[in-house]
Design a protein around this ligand. Structure first.
Ligand code: 5GP
Length: 207
């Protein structure tokens, strides 16, 4: 039987550089599967349905909630976001590792249901850094930026304490490296190696 895969959760306040980090990580670890979430928000820029998200209506999302199709879901800045249960179960059963880029509320729901999941919090190095990043990416109105900054400083950054790992995202290259190291280390855990080790021990025989 195949060893089950592991769930890695990455959360960060909006504007922390998490999307870039995740995209770079996936390039370096092609065997890590990204969980494409469902959302009711509109696509931004060049986003494509089924790539960054599955874009669905409010009605469809609510129906999926009723049918218990989500491992977790949350309302983030007035829009619904959720992780498909079937996809998670399928990927893990295939022995592959799965990356969830989800908010802090969703992360705590996943941790409750899958206590073995490894959670990583991406922390902006300062309030000013977060503000500058949000302003520079020119995706949001001033009002939305203010809302995101308030939510980050009053709620999100304080939730770091329930995560297994924290990365302070000062330097992109260093942060990618840390993220990769965390995943590599988790993959080397003894429990994760049991099946392979058993076959090696068998191969040694009783000489
Ligand atoms: P954005 O709209 O900027 O892509 O994402 C907004 C927030 O929603 C981010 O913090 C992102 O991590 C979070 N998010 C994306 N997908 C999911 C999901 O499936 N579940 C939850 N709980 N949050 C999500």
């Amino acid at each position: 039987m195949k060893e089950k895969g592991k769930v890695f959760i990455v959360s960060a306040p909006s504007g922390s550089g998490k999307s870039t980090l995740v995209a770079e990580l996936l390039k370096r670890l092609p065997d890590l599967v990204f969980s494409v979430s469902y959302t009711t928000r509109e696509p931004r820029g060049k986003e494509k349905d089924g790539v960054e998200y599955f874009f669905v209506s409010d009605e469809t999302f609510k129906k999926m909630i009723e049918e218990e199709q989500f491992v977790e879901y949350a309302k983030v800045f007035d829009q619904y976001y959720g992780t498909a249960r079937r996809f998670v179960e399928q990927v893990l059963a295939e022995g592959k590792d799965l990356l969830l880029d989800i908010d802090t509320e969703g992360a705590s729901q996943v941790k409750e249901k899958l206590p073995d999941a490894v959670s990583i919090f991406i922390m902006p190095p300062s309030f000013e850094a977060l503000q500058t990043r949000l302003e520079k990416r020119r995706l949001d109105s001033d009002e939305t930026i203010l809302k995101r900054l308030r939510w980050a400083s009053q709620v999100e950054i304080h939730r770091f304490s329930s995560y297994d790992y924290v990365i302070i995202n000062e330097d992109l290259a260093a942060s990618i490296d840390r993220l990769r190291c965390i995943i590599c280390a988790e993959r080397c855990r003894r429990e994760r190696m049991t099946q392979r080790i058993e076959s090696i021990i068998k191969n040694f025989g009783g000489v």
